[in-house]
Design a protein. Structure first.
Length: 359
């Protein structure tokens, strides 16, 4: 191995250590020559090699900076734990994350948890055997106690940057996350319905994840501030088990029960997401309820399902690609040594045909 290759290997190790401490600017060529007692030409050759490997980049008039890449294919793979890469909003989200990471030289590895903590643990144990530099994780059943927090802590202790997506675990208070501003979203939808004249508003939320609870709280808080009440008898809750049965068997019994018990007497309903709203509207149609003449339906996410129904659904959305790009940029910046913080992405209302003033 030549002198410049030896120096490049030493610099790669030093860059990795510096990034852990938030240092991503390299010393000048002269400083490197003095520190490692080599010629200026050896330094330049070593830096050129690191540049060709994508480990550093040059900024005109400013010097050389670490890109965050390690130069090792295995170390530059970023795993993501997600409910299912094939369902609902996830294909588009993963495409956004992958495109931004790939542009910077990183590769995305996707692991499905199916929102099962047992599957989550299996993946975390495998990752712990060779800890990645960063992990993007959508927590399983994030509103419930999780038995896998010990593994997240071990990964973090091993130098792995944890970025939670769509939710986080309250028992890991120092975690960085990228998620929707769900409280504001619930508030926005409730305020929209109230502005149309609805006073008897129902809600259907997911009980075992943080998103569902935050969205419920936003709705209830808005109605409280308006001098109205979200009556407990008009609030429905469902779990991951209900979602799995809906997706695999088209089992809509929990929606039928909701229509019969919680929705009676209401003129509008706020749904946890487009998927639930889509299936609920089918059941409402079977029950002879017209939308929006008899009941208004609004929801979150603005996925393809909001346009698939016979009546397009009023929903909340983000700027295109916003969540995925934010998550990717957060990881890239962290691996470059740039400080990162949690972000809550605001919602925007997209009004379609599923809501109207009460009859």
């Amino acid at each position: 191995m030549s002198k410049y290759e030896l120096l490049a290997a030493k610099l790669t190790e030093q860059i990795a250590e510096n990034l852990k401490n938030g240092i991503y600017k390299l010393p000048t060529e002269a400083e490197l020559g003095r520190r490692y007692q080599v010629s200026r030409q050896t330094v330049r050759s070593a830096l050129a090699l690191l540049h060709s490997q994508g480990i550093i980049t040059s900024r005109q008039g400013s010097g050389s900076y670490a890109t965050g890449l390690s130069g090792c294919d295995a170390s530059d793979r970023i795993p993501v734990l997600i409910s299912s890469h094939q369902e609902y909003i996830y294909p588009g989200l993963l495409t956004d994350i992958r495109s931004r990471l790939n542009a910077q030289g990183y590769q995305l590895q996707v692991y499905d948890t199916f929102n099962h903590t047992s599957k989550e643990r299996e993946h975390l144990l495998n990752l712990l055997a060779a800890p990645p530099r960063a992990l993007i994780a959508e927590g399983c059943k994030s509103a419930l106690p999780n038995p896998n927090l010990d593994l997240y802590e071990k990964l973090r202790a091993a130098g792995c940057f944890l970025l939670f997506l769509n939710n986080y675990y309250a028992a890991l208070p120092d975690s960085v996350y990228i998620k929707d501003d769900n409280y504001y979203g619930g508030y926005l939808l409730a305020n929209h319905l109230a502005s149309l004249g609805h006073s008897r508003i129902s809600g259907l939320f997911k009980i075992d994840d943080l998103q569902g609870q935050e969205r419920f709280l936003g709705v209830a808080s808005c109605l409280r501030d308006l001098g109205m009440i979200l009556d407990d008898s008009h609030v429905g809750w469902f779990s991951q088990r209900d979602v799995a049965a809906l997706e695999t068997k088209q089992d809509t019994r929990f929606l039928i029960t909701f229509i019969q018990e919680q929705l009676a007497g209401c003129t509008a309903v706020i749904c946890y997401n487009d998927e639930i709203a889509y299936w609920l509207m089918k059941e409402l149609s079977y029950a002879g309820r017209r939308i929006p003449q008899d009941i208004s339906v609004v929801c979150f996410d603005n996925s393809y399902l909001s346009d698939l129904s016979n009546v397009r659904i009023t929903t909340l959305t983000h700027a295109p690609h916003e969540i995925g790009f934010c998550a990717a940029e957060c990881v890239i910046n962290k691996l470059k040594g740039i400080p990162v913080v949690s972000q809550e992405i605001p919602w925007q209302l997209i009004r379609k045909e599923s809501d109207a003033p009460p009859a």
